[in-house]
Design a protein around this ligand. Sequence first.
Ligand SMILES: Nc1ncnc2c1ncn2[C@@H]1O[C@H](COP(=O)(O)OP(=O)(O)OP(=O)(O)O)[C@@H](O)[C@H]1O
Ligand SMILES: [Mg+2]
Length: 177
Amino acid sequence: MLKQKSIVIWMVGLSGSGKSTLARALENSLHKEGFLTQLLDGDNMRTGINNNLGFSPEDRTENIRRAAETAKLFMNAGLVTICSFISPTDEIRKIAKEVVGEGYVEVYVDCPVEVCEKRDVKGLYAKARKGEIPNFTGISAPFDVPKNPDVAIDTAHQTLEESHQTLVKAIIEKIKY
Ligand SMILES: Nc1ncnc2c1ncn2[C@@H]1O[C@H](COP(=O)(O)OP(=O)(O)OP(=O)(O)O)[C@@H](O)[C@H]1O
Ligand SMILES: [Mg+2]
C-alpha cells in the first residue's frame, strides 16, 4: 500500500553531533518524495514512554530497548522509522540491532567531542564540565566509536546541507520500492 520499504534508521552520535537536526531534515526530504515516516528522538521518548528512566548504564540500556521495540512496531506497520539516540556503547547498539532485526540501518553521525562541546547546543557540556551532570557521554561516560555503521556522516567537516544530502541519498536507495 505504501510503496516503500520500511526500515529503522538508527542514528548514533554524541550529544550535539547533529542527530536530531539531520533526522528532521531527512524526514522533511522523505516527505517531499512521498515517503511516510515516524521520528523517535531521545527527547520525545524520554519525556513520554521512558519518563521513569535516568542515565545509569541500566536505564540507558532500558531506554534503548524500549525505543528499539517501539521502532520495530512502526517499521512493521510499514513506516520509515528514524531514531536519534546517542546509543553510546557497542553493547547498547547490539541490543537495538537485535531487537529491530532485519531492517536495522545504522547511521554514525560522526563529530569529535571537542566540536560538539564548542557547539554546546543545549548548554549540557558546560554543565557536565562543572560536574552538574553525572554520566555525561563523552565527558564522564564512555562513547564507543561504531565499528561498522551502514552510513557514516562527518558533520565536523561538512556543512549541514552536505551532510543532509549524503544521508538522503543513502537512505532513498534503501527504501525505494
Ligand atoms: N553537518 C552538520 N550536520 C548536522 N548538524 C550540524 C552540521 N554542522 C553543524 N551542525 C549543527 O550542530 C548542531 C547539532 O545539534 P543536534 O541537536 O542536532 O544534536 P544531537 O545529536 O541531536 O544532540 P542530542 O543528543 O543532545 O540530542 C546543530 O546546531 C546543527 O545546526
Ligand atoms: Mg537530539
